[in-house]
Design a protein around this ligand. Structure first.
Ligand code: DUT
Ligand code: MG
Length: 558
């Protein structure tokens, strides 16, 4: 860049030499020589410019790539709490659009900002060298120029920052619609969504137009100022040249330097606008990078390894999603489950069942009290080890794009075909998988769209079974499976997971009636606990639930 700018600064100087020493004195040889020098300077300048562009792009693209990697790494360290704070949509925007903006900024910075500042100061120095007297013009034009720029920037910078917010809005409406497009269609809300998008899009357009108008007024004003100063220079410089104090070629070069100075200022202004625009993006990127990760691994000296099998204990556990304030979701939960026992958890929707089991593999940390596995606080067990021992089937079955086999062995990538098949059989998934023409090699779409809800649930159960966990948690994992299949899964599980501690969350009494222990959760508290027979004898709440389901399809079974 320095090479390009120096060559740019040389050109008017060489031009002046051609006029002064060549044209005015009729020296054809000098004209030829100097022209060649001008050509050489132009070529050198171009080479410098190309080199600068290449390295600027290389640096900025490399920076963008590193930044995206760093962000991705950061997101991977997030616990569920941070994931709640940054929903998927904004993560995508931040990792793509915002990183892109910052990347552009680096490039602009490396090229335009450096070029403009060098050109600005260089041209002033060159002009001073030609005629200190004429340079007085700068004393008038520069302050005026700064004033104009100040007016422009002070008004356009907030506008552009706003514009980034409008763009965010367009992106988030788009994002929401893409993920929810099926719901939009099912409720015939396309017209509404279209107008919502149109509104966000037009807001963006209008603000963009307003900012552009500001620039449209500014540029002619700058040009006016520029032309006025050229007239002044011609006026004063013309008189000097008449008196022989200034050669005509030098006057022409001087004017060129003034024009370069002013152009550099205009592009400096534009660069500043761009920078302020990218500032919004870089703030958003930083917010993500600097988000404190709430779930720290405890120091190594506190670490305990827990030999399987899994004994699970809750000691006076309370938990709230919002820190402080709000009423907690779980209140003073206490129970202990011996290895190999099966626990059923019942409770109306929103009672806190999923929240409770999520504390076992430490997807969240309790606000008060402690969760213990084999007598050790889960916070003192290395995360990887803990989660290796606790297999959880989350309430919402999420599969990855890829083959069914790869999905099942997600937690144990080196599992053999026999192991995969055995897990699939226990989850009652083998038969429908084998019925696909390509069997376990069947590729499923991005969210497993080619499978039914019950099929997805069974594949996620197989995925959890394959890792042979000491503690298995099924969070309403058979809700989309018919009763007969569910009963078969239950007996297969009993055979396969003998000795494993199981937590089964369910809505149907029949799913948990055989459990060693049933916990009934209501509004974040355990209101009844015991085996089916004990609860039938002692708990009104449990009997109520039973009676509401008895007489329905499950009566015979229970
Ligand atoms: N909740 C949150 N944030 C979350 C998840 C849940 O605030 O990320 C609230 C909603 C509800 C309570 O916690 O009031 C308990 O939710 P949970 O998902 O534990 O309820 P559930 O018993 O599993 O309900 P369902 O049977 O509908 O799965
Ligand atoms: Mg739930």
């Amino acid at each position: 860049m320095v090479l390009e700018v120096v060559m740019d600064l040389m050109q008017p100087h060489l031009m002046a030499s051609i006029v002064n020493d060549g044209v005015m004195r009729g020296n054809l040889g000098h004209i030829g020589m100097t022209s060649i020098w001008m050509l050489v300077a132009a070529i050198l300048g171009t080479v410098g410019g190309m080199g600068c562009t290449y390295y600027a792009i290389r640096a900025s693209v490399g920076f963008g790539t590193d930044l995206r990697n760093a962000l991705f790494r950061q997101v991977q360290t997030f616990s569920f709490r941070e994931l709640d704070r940054f929903p998927g949509g904004t993560l995508v925007t931040r990792l793509t659009n915002d990183v892109m903006q910052v990347q552009m900024l680096i490039q602009i910075f490396l090229r335009m900002l450096i070029r403009s500042s060098f050109l600005f100061f260089g041209s002033i120095v060159m002009a001073l060298l030609i005629s200190p007297k004429l340079s007085i013009v700068f004393a008038v034009t520069l302050p005026l120029m700064f004033l104009l720029l100040y007016l422009l920037l002070s008004r356009s910078i907030p506008m552009y920052r706003n514009l980034q917010g409008k763009l965010d809005r367009v992106n988030s409406v788009l994002q929401e619609n893409l993920t929810g497009i099926r719901v939009v269609k099912a409720f015939v809300r396309a017209t509404f969504e279209r107008s919502r998008f149109k509104k966000a899009n037009e807001d963006n357009y209008e603000l963009g137009l307003k900012a552009a108008r500001l620039l449209a007024v500014n540029n002619p004003a700058m040009t006016l100022l520029l032309n006025a100063s050229v007239v002044c220079i011609l006026w004063i410089g013309g008189a000097q040249s008449w008196e022989g104090a200034l050669e005509i070629g030098s006057l022409a070069a001087f004017i060129t330097y003034v024009i370069q100075t002013m152009n550099a200022m205009v592009s400096l202004g534009n660069t500043l606008v761009n920078i302020s625009r990218a500032k919004a993006s870089s703030d958003r990127v930083n917010e993500l990078l600097e988000a404190p990760v709430s779930m720290e691994e405890s120091p190594v000296e506190n670490h305990h390894t827990t030999p399987a099998p899994g004994r699970v204990e809750f000691r006076n556990v309370s938990f709230g999603y919002e820190e402080g304030g709000e009423e907690p979701v779980l209140k003073d939960i206490g129970f202990a489950i011996e290895p190999g026992q099966t626990v059923g958890i019942l409770g109306s929707t929103g009672a806190g069942k999923s929240t409770l089991v999520n504390l076992i593999p430490r997807l969240y940390d309790p606000t008060e009290g402690a969760v213990l596995v084999n007598g050790v606080d889960v916070r003192d067990i290395p995360l990887e080890e803990l989660r290796g021992q606790v297999g959880i089937v989350l309430q919402q079955a999420i599969l990855f794009s890829g083959t069914i086999r790869d999905n099942i062995r997600y937690g144990k990538p080196d599992a053999s075909q026999e192991e995969v098949e055995a897990a699939a059989r226990a989850a009652e998934a083998h038969d429908f998988i084998a019925a696909f023409p390509e069997g376990y090699d069947t590729v499923i779409g991005q969210r497993g769209v080619t499978l039914s809800g019950g099929q997805k649930q069974r594949i996620s159960i197989a995925r959890a079974l394959l890792t042979d966990p000491a503690v298995l948690i099924l969070d309403d994992s058979t809700s989309a499976v018919d009763l007969r299949t569910e009963a078969r899964i239950r007996s297969a599980l009993k055979a396969r997971m003998a000795g494993c501690t199981c937590f089964i969350i369910a809505q149907r009494i029949s799913s948990v009636a055989e459990a060693d222990r049933i916990l009934v959760l209501e509004d974040g508290r355990i209101v009844a606990s015991g085996s089916h027979e004990e609860l039938m004898a002692s708990s009104d709440i449990y009997r109520d639930i039973c009676e509401s389901q008895l007489g329905l399809e499950e009566a015979s079974h229970v």
